[in-house]
Design a protein around this ligand. Structure first.
Ligand SMILES: [Zn+2]
Length: 146
């Protein structure tokens, strides 16, 4: 197992970007410079412009990273309720049931999502099975040692 990185909650914030010039969705957000912040680049028309929601989006990403610390007990209990041990002692997580509930919990409890600038954005959230394994490792095995 590779060493996990703990400061990022492995929940992905997917942001659907639309070009302000040609309406294409072929856009990417990238760091233009430390002072300028993030820009959005459209590969269809090759235009770029500053990300208007840059500050709020950055705040949302930071709040996401703090989320599993702020709610670790609740997430741990939920995860345990979807975890079984098979007859060989192998741990099995029911990802199909846990993932939608975790995403719903995030959407209901991440205060930054109520921000008016954030609400204008086309956002969806996802987490992979590997991401859930990482959450499990962090909340049960790793933290349990302290
Ligand atoms: Zn464009």
């Amino acid at each position: 197992m590779t060493t996990p990185i703990f400061y990022t909650f492995p929940l992905t914030i997917n942001r659907n970007l639309t070009c302000i010039h040609c309406n294409s969705n072929n856009c990417e957000r990238y760091l233009y410079g430390l002072e300028e912040g993030n820009y959005i680049f459209c590969s269809s028309c090759e235009q770029q412009w500053p990300d208007e929601a840059d500050n709020s989006f950055g705040q949302l990403e930071r709040e996401r990273d703090r989320f599993w610390d702020d709610h670790s007990e609740v997430i741990k209990m939920a995860l345990e309720s979807f975890t079984t041990i098979n007859s060989f002692g192998k741990k099995k997580i029911n990802y199909k049931k846990f993932i939608p509930e975790l995403l719903e919990f995030f959407e209901d409890n991440c205060k930054m999502l109520e921000d008016s600038e954030i609400q204008k954005l086309d956002l969806t959230f996802s987490i992979s099975n590997e991401g859930v394994d990482l959450v499990d490792y962090y909340l049960t095995d790793y933290r349990g040692r302290f």
